[in-house]
Design a protein around this ligand. Sequence first.
Ligand SMILES: Cc1cc2nc3c(=O)[nH]c(=O)nc-3n(C[C@H](O)[C@H](O)[C@H](O)COP(=O)(O)O)c2cc1C
Length: 352
Amino acid sequence: MFKFSDLLIPVIQAPMAGGINTPQLAAAVANAGGLGSFGFAYSSPEKIDADLKATTALLNAAHSKRVNANFFVFQEPEMPSIDVQNQALADLRTVLSKRPISVEIPKPPYIPNLKDMLEPIWIHRPDVLTFHFGLPEQEFIERAKELGIQVGITATCIDEALKIQATGADFIVVQGIEAGGHRGIFHPDQADEKLSVSELLKQLQAHVSIPMVAAGGIMNGRDIQGVLALGAVAAQMGTAFLVASESGASPAHRRYVLNEHGRGAQFTQAFSGRPAQGILNQYMMEMKNKTYLPFPIQNLLTASMRKWAGEQDDGEYQNLWAGTAYAKARAMSAQDLMKTLQAELISLKNHP
Ligand SMILES: Cc1cc2nc3c(=O)[nH]c(=O)nc-3n(C[C@H](O)[C@H](O)[C@H](O)COP(=O)(O)O)c2cc1C
């Protein structure tokens, strides 16, 4: 069974839903001695099956299951009143008035069926299965355990971490406020303590006994060493791998991460309905104080806009998820980034 101590380099390439994770990226990280991931939140069971097959074919035989498959724990959203729906639609149409994008209130189903999406996981049995946005049904955790798959769940505070530990999950993904992408907070409307990754690791040291994986703003060997010193077994890095040559990030997304350092990263709920952190763009600015629908209905509502912006290579109307430290991202192959991180860690060990 997979153990974090099996990793040659204590690095997890973060799951990043929305086409960023590719078999080439996950396999390059795993073959270099880390753990590659897929964010399968919006993928069909057929796509999940195909991605896992393609990754296995690229992996060294000895580590043919060295993959983390990640899913969102969707809650069925409640559609707000007609007045709120009309306001959200009107606000979005105003923001998009100068662009040829048509938007309509989405129809159900709003959320995918997690049970169906997990079917390929039980067949391929990757080493690791992780969940974001809360606790999955207990039967999924039990099934994974029977099959020897390690289960991890994201926490953003002590209370969530204790709930995760009580499920029998194998580890906690400790997500700091620096992290790019969706905040893993269980309920988007609950008060958010907004703790940094180091602060949360320090608090959790005394409260949890299962391994902790640190996520948020970790970009180089020194950052990795910092979270290991606070008790983490590995660092989960998203933004650092966004600009790897094997990543499926859009050209605009890469460009903004590498060049648009003055903008900074901010949280917004305007793309999906849940708080997520990305590089500040026109859409985020124009949607401040506007009405949006609950997650993931807002995500469906903005789908045509995001698709259009991707096709037009327009960075102002697509979600450019990135962590607060995105200016430290280095464009190179995932293999070279892994080698660089390893060299930095060795050098810090020899010359602390
Ligand atoms: C583009 C992008 C997409 C993300 N998608 C997911 C996801 O699908 N599932 C998940 O658990 N975390 C997701 N995250 C969050 C990462 O797991 C991790 O918490 C974050 O990348 C760590 O912060 P960093 O980006 O500063 O490295 C995403 C992050 C980014 C940047």
